[in-house]
Design a protein around this ligand. Structure first.
Ligand SMILES: C[S@@+](CC[C@H](N)C(=O)[O-])C[C@H]1O[C@@H](n2cnc3c(N)ncnc32)[C@H](O)[C@@H]1O
Length: 228
């Protein structure tokens, strides 16, 4: 018998009876898959299984994220939307609240727009996360910025967007890919350097999650914005 338990606001532990640790979100759009994820029905509710191999946020939750800043009612700015895998789960969690999702590759954007169909709170924005001023007329002040862009200046991009859009006391969540910063340097050194950039520019880091074995040399930092 399948069982469900709410782990964080609108994030559920799904026990399908096979001993595998799974999480999921309630389907906001019934019977619609975004990336081939499994759909399960438990007690008349449909859940989308959140695949940690395809989502760094999903992997972080499985690997022990302490607090989930994205909750029902959170306004979110998502940088690096790709085709919408993680943004779709984030939108399920936020439920009625807007998730603004920025992606700069037009081809991927087309796929992403398709996956937004029927999702009333997920807003695709074709834009460069390095230039927040270009989407400042669309995005409002948010509770959380989530970033997954795999660029050498990942931490700087978060800070730039926080200055424009993050409420004081809001959360920045950033997935750092060591190899995008420097392929030769030890990942631990890179993570420390990126953390320092954030701490010197207005964030207090409250959590750091290594997401192996799902992704190699990646870390997810969670920080509180002091409103610089
Ligand atoms: C690792 S993928 C994101 C995967 C996605 N977050 C998910 O979990 O479903 C990184 C994405 O960031 C996008 N990207 C990279 N640099 C960007 C920038 N400066 N502005 C907007 N998007 C960017 C890439 O085109 C790519 O689609």
């Amino acid at each position: 018998m399948a069982k469900v338990k709410e782990k964080f606001d609108n994030v559920f532990e799904l026990d399908l009876g096979d001993g595998i640790k799974r999480i999921g979100t309630k389907s906001l759009v019934h019977n619609k898959r975004v990336y081939g994820e499994k759909l399960v029905n438990i007690k008349n509710t449909e859940y989308r299984v959140w695949n940690p191999n395809k989502s760094k946020l999903g992997a972080s939750i499985i690997n022990g994220l302490k607090e989930m800043p994205i909750k029902k009612g959170s306004k979110v700015l998502y940088l690096g939307a790709s085709a919408g895998t993680t943004p779709s789960h984030v939108a399920d969690v936020a439920e009625n609240s807007p998730v603004y999702a920025v992606e700069f590759a037009p081809r991927i954007m087309r796929e992403f727009v398709e996956s937004c169909e029927g999702r009333k709170n997920l807003f695709p924005i074709l834009g460069d996360a390095n230039k927040p001023e270009e989407y400042a007329n669309i995005v409002e002040k948010v509770d959380v910025i989530f970033e997954d862009v795999a660029q050498p200046n990942q931490a700087e991009i978060l800070i730039k967007n926080a200055k424009w859009f993050l409420k004081e006391g809001g959360f920045g969540m950033i997935s750092i890919k060591a190899r995008s910063v420097d392929v030769t340097e030890n990942p631990k050194v890179i993570f420390e350097a990126q953390k320092e950039i954030m701490e010197q520019n207005g964030f207090t880091i409250i959590d750091a999650i290594n997401i192996e074995p799902f992704e190699k040399d990646h870390i997810l930092f969670v920080g509180i914005w002091n409103g610089q």
